[in-house]
Design a protein around this ligand. Sequence first.
Ligand SMILES: [Zn+2]
Length: 309
Amino acid sequence: VEGNQAPSVAQKGVSDRIITATAAEGTVFIAAGITTDLVRETQERHQLGPIVSTIVGRLITGATLLGARLKDTERISLQIASEGPLRTVVADVVRTSPQGIGARAYSSIPDVELPVQTNGKSRIALAIGKGWLQVTRSYDVGQPYVGIVPLASGEIGDDIALYLLQSEQIPSVVTLGVMSTYENVVLSGGVIAQLLPGAAESAITMLNHHAHAMPPITQLIAEGATPEVLAQNFAGIYELRVLENYDVRFHCRCTREKVYLALMSLGRNELLKLITEQEKPEAVCEFCKMQYMLTREELQELIERLDHL
Ligand SMILES: [Zn+2]
């Protein structure tokens, strides 16, 4: 990739990839990646406006980076509950294969209108306002682990770092970036660095220093930076040791049976309404916008299933 090409050209054909690495004699863990195609697909599926696609893009990128540490069947879900115009944004991640990470996301509102004058505040923080970040880790067996923290800044990266520190006691530095035009997502990526047991106390100061001293992550990616280069920028003087490479793509777990269960949870009356009031009953997955066309017979069967519960 030529460094002097326009970002939109430079990123075409570059597929998403995340690497994991250690630095500082194995006491610092780093996940770094490019998520342009993932964020672009999410924006297109949900027809997100520019501010919301930046917010959703940062959240799904952060979730994807955390996903690099998931074991087999574990899942992680990040949810922002906002008091601002945005309301709810959810991103969740699973491992799709030993070297694959699958992510999906949605926003309760696809676009937000903000005043032209923002009085120096970031438009992203204004769209989110006050709120909480909830993180749910689900395992194959046992109860999920749920942690919730108030938003630190509403810029997503800092909020995830605060969650990791307060809820999981892991000092972390998180940088996430999405560059978009009014119409589409140009590029996206991020880095998460975490202290591992045995890390020097000064290491987190060092990592913070590197993160603030490096050029904006969107600029680095526009110039053609690979995940390795992003990670090395975070590692700074520390020597980087790459561990794993992961493919990343949009992946939804919805199935017809899950749609049935969601419809059944609406109750008998709502199902009857669907049968009598809808010409062509359908249900839409909120995560991927897949349309499930339903027959009256199918809906009738769901009512019978409810009656036999
Ligand atoms: Zn779906």
